[in-house]
Ligand binder design. Sequence first.
Ligand code: E7H
Length: 232
Amino acid sequence: ILGGYEARPHLKPFMASLQLDGQHVCGGFLVAEQWVLSAAHCTEETGDKLFQVLLGAHSLTEQEPHKRLYRVRAQFPHPGSNKHNNKDDLLLLQLEEKAELNADVQVLPFQREDRDVAPDTVCEVAGWGITSHSGRRPDRLQQVERPVISRDVCNHRTRHDGTITNNMMCTDSRRRDTCKGDSGGPLVCGGVAEGLVTAGSRVCGNYKKPAIYTRLAPYAAWIDGVMASADG
Ligand SMILES: NC(=O)c1cc2c(NC(=O)[C@@]34C[C@@H]5C[C@@H](C[C@@](N)(C5)C3)C4)cccc2[nH]1
């Protein structure tokens, strides 16, 4: 997160850190007791290794009452995701067991009505992604508020030039922005997850390249379907 600030500890109890060998790789959020939602591109450099999922955390390193690392039983990237673009950039992770819910570990509902968030709506995004252009990695969860910008503005030829589909949305990226490592985290508007930070590498903090999110409402059926099929 560039230009943001440290979140109030454990006030975003839905936040997940996807880790490999103890290292934070991507964000995500608890979408059901045994399921975390993140971005498919986050598996780009993992080969066939499975993530571990840290829940209940504020600091990535310090001991905290409800902090717990969960093993992943299975990972389900959206079938339409691919490394050439940002399409269908979603990943569902089934935890080895149901997460123990408490003050620091809670599910976050996601938007199911497929209607665009109005431009200028101020949403918030949190993550353990880099906090400076030099790549400084924070130990504690950061957050920033960002206004939604219309798809038409975001698709202008001087911005993302027509690549933003109806399944994507954008926020202003002037100075305050998401960045490397925030991918997979939720864009929360009015207490509901409306989008996921895309994981394609993009320049951060430049107003000419707004932040891109995968909208969640269009994928409600896919999310429900995977959870129902795997839960049995
Ligand atoms: N979303 C953004 O604003 C944003 C992302 C991003 C980025 N790259 C990542 O964050 C990942 C995401 C996953 C996991 C890790 C390897 C990777 N190839 C796939 C790329 C890190 C690099 C530079 C600027 C960036 N900006």
